[in-house]
Write a protein that binds this ligand. Structure first.
Ligand code: FES
Ligand code: FES
Length: 152
């Protein structure tokens, strides 16, 4: 058993310590908001926060998260920054197929926590690891700026 703190709750996970956080979330805890894309830290679909920093949960073992705080997309509707980002996402009609979007939102929230007025270059830099096959990048940029204005 491995104890993980996820969205403010300590949860027991019956999995090998080498199990990636992504699969502990999806398979052990039935938290399916975090997506599997590449499994190799190349696409960002699996992004969650570990002690507030965006990480690729597909390559991060649960052993390395013990004693730390994991935050997932499921917590964003009750989070001030997360809610502002999600509202902006809806307003700007960002999602197309939607598959990459929970990872996009998690990266955007991490950006806005550290940079309240991100410029285009800041956004491109922070979001560069999140791939969208539907090409929603311009809308993501606009939505992040809108969320920043809402939060100001
Ligand atoms: S599934 Fe983790 S980066 Fe692609
Ligand atoms: S919305 Fe389809 S991959 Fe991004």
């Amino acid at each position: 058993m491995v104890t993980l703190n996820i969205n403010g709750r300590d949860l027991q996970v019956d999995a090998d310590p080498s199990t990636p956080i992504l699969w502990a979330l999806r398979d052990n805890l039935n938290m399916t908001g975090t997506k599997f894309g590449c499994g190799a830290a190349l696409c960002g679909a699996c992004t969650v926060h570990l002690d507030g920093n965006p990480i690729r949960s597909c390559i991060t073992p649960i052993a390395s998260a013990q004693g730390m705080k994991i935050t997932t997309i499921e917590a964003m509707e009750n989070d001030t920054v997360g809610k502002a980002v999600q509202d902006a996402w809806v307003k700007h009609d960002v999602p197309q197929c939607g598959y990459c979007q929970s990872g996009q939102v998690m990266s955007a929230v991490a950006l806005l926590r550290t940079n309240k007025r991100p410029l285009d270059a800041d956004i491109d830099n922070a979001m560069s690891g999140n791939i969208c096959r539907c090409g929603t990048y311009q809308r993501i940029r606009a939505a992040i700026k809108d969320a920043a204005t809402t939060l100001a």
